[in-house]
Design a protein around this ligand. Structure first.
Ligand code: GAP
Length: 452
């Protein structure tokens, strides 16, 4: 078991590249930002789309037992009463009367004192901590014109509840029967008190959650199945297996709804942390909503009738984004010059192919290059670049993780071949212009392994 992250990435280096190369910007930057909120730039949007696309492909498109859902962010507030979030979705917090900061009681050992950041809260003689108090993480808002207790509503802190309250709609309108799943991607909001480490813990984030409804007797087996599937998804997209582990929750750390949870942890540069949770939620949610709403949520088959158990893999898009970037980030020296490269899985890479005329001022080369680029972009994400020296253009593409660069040169004009440069191996091969699109599409379908 590794103790330390293997590689060149630090959270700071990844955040700096993200800003420099338009993946992620601090939000409302010109007003001084807003703690731990971020905006996604061009390449960040593309990477996010690819992550969500791969999740959707493996969860929905390539399966027979899954359907999709997109439920509302603001739901009837009774949903959150029944789910237990109004009474129980809270963290124990302590306040320091001296520095006026608030800390999570269970994170004191890793927090910094407000007056003396070299010490932990409570370690300095001046620290004056309160007893732990519970602080609800849900953001409140009001629906309608009147702001009173009756108009209080919540921004959802998880997408899962939207799935449970639609159980009857889905089972009565689609041809599903247990075991089957409902998958959804959407924004969730939590008023985290100790956010931080760039995208790792933020207040507004997207989740990819799937609720898999099974006969109760099969729940343990399906729980194991989904843990394995989800680990395979991460490694299949290039995350090094040595940076992943599965950690079973102790009884005292289980969420209020959980019978058993295993975290898929990633060895971030800040240490092992939860990447994705896979929980066995039992029949907690369907029973709670049946009781509170008066609508029975159960499976009724020909000869059977029961409340299914639920297995839930839940992953943050931003946390996956940070994981893929930390794992892909690399620095090396090539021909005496440093290069930073994102060795992203080609299917995740924001841009798959860069088309570069060797000489940007050569009209014939530009024409050929534009033609190739305009053809390629119909099938995959491509970029055209004729500014700056060729080495500089390669470096820029390396930094955004573009797996293939196609260079149009004198020989292209003579024999209709182009140079295909591989981001990871730096090998160059000559291929016919008219075979480029097919070759790249085939390569996108092939298995890919980190570091060549
Ligand atoms: N429905 C279950 C659920 O929401 P969770 O462990 O609280 O479980 C699931 O969240 C996943 O969502 C986490 O494993 C993480 O990937 C992501 N996540 C949770 N809170 C987050 C936050 N504040 N910032 C970024 N991602 C977060």
């Amino acid at each position: 078991m590794l103790e330390e992250f293997e590689g060149a990435a630090t959270i700071e280096k990844v955040a700096s590249l993200c800003r420099r190369r338009a993946f992620v910007f601090p939000t409302s930057d010109i007003y001084g930002g807003l703690g731990s909120s971020f905006d996604f730039g061009h390449y960040g949007v593309l990477l996010n789309q690819n992550i969500k696309g791969e999740w959707q492909r493996s969860m929905i498109q390539e399966r027979d037992d899954m359907v999709a859902l997109d439920s509302a962010v603001i739901m009837n507030p009774q949903v959150w009463v029944a789910s237990g979030h109004v009474s129980g979705f809270s963290d124990p917090m302590v306040d320091c009367r001296t520095c006026k900061l608030r800390f999570r009681a269970d994170h004191l050992a890793t927090s910094n004192c407000g007056k003396r950041p070299s010490k932990r809260p409570g370690e300095d003689a001046q620290c004056d901590l309160t007893e732990p108090r519970h602080f609800n993480l849900m953001f409140e808002t009001h629906v309608g014109a009147v702001r009173d207790d009756a108009s209080v509503a919540y921004l959802r802190p998880e997408t899962a509840q939207g799935i449970f309250v639609n159980f009857k709609n889905v089972t009565s309108s689609l041809r599903v029967r247990p075991p089957f799943g409902i998958a959804q991607i959407g924004k969730s909001f939590r008023n985290e008190i100790t956010p931080g480490n760039f995208l790792f813990r933020v207040r507004e984030f997207e989740q990819m959650e799937m609720e898999y409804f099974v006969p109760p007797a099969e729940a343990d087996e399906w729980h194991r199945y989904w843990i394995e599937q989800r680990v395979g998804w991460h490694t299949g997209l290039g995350v090094r297996p040595s940076h992943l582990r599965v950690r079973v929750h102790d009884a005292d750390e289980l969420s209020h709804y959980s019978r058993a949870t295993s975290d898929i942890e990633y060895l971030f540069p800040i240490g092992w942390q939860e990447l994705e949770g896979v929980a066995n939620r039992g029949d907690y949610d369907l029973r709670q909503h049946s009781e509170a709403s008066g609508t029975t949520l159960e499976w009724i088959g020909h000869e059977e009738r029961y409340v299914p158990y639920v297995i839930e893999p839940a992953l943050g898009v931003g946390r996956a984004f940070l994981t893929f970037l930390c794992d892909a980030y690399d620095e090396e020296v090539v021909a005496d010059r440093p290069r930073t490269v994102l060795r992203l899985h080609p299917r995740l890479a924001p841009v798959k192919a860069a088309v570069l005329p060797l000489i940007g001022k050569n009209t014939a080369m530009v024409e050929q290059a534009r033609g190739l680029y305009e053809d390629l972009r119909k099938a995959l994400s491509a970029e055209y670049d004729d500014a700056a020296a060729i080495g500089k253009r390669y470096r820029r593409q390396d930094e955004i993780g573009t797996p293939w660069a196609l260079t149009i040169d004198e020989q292209t004009l003579a024999d209709g071949t182009v140079t295909l440069r591989d981001r990871d191996t730096l090998q160059q091969e000559r291929i016919p212009l008219d075979g480029v699109k097919r070759l790249l599409l085939d390569r996108l379908d092939e298995a890919w392994h980190p570091r060549g």
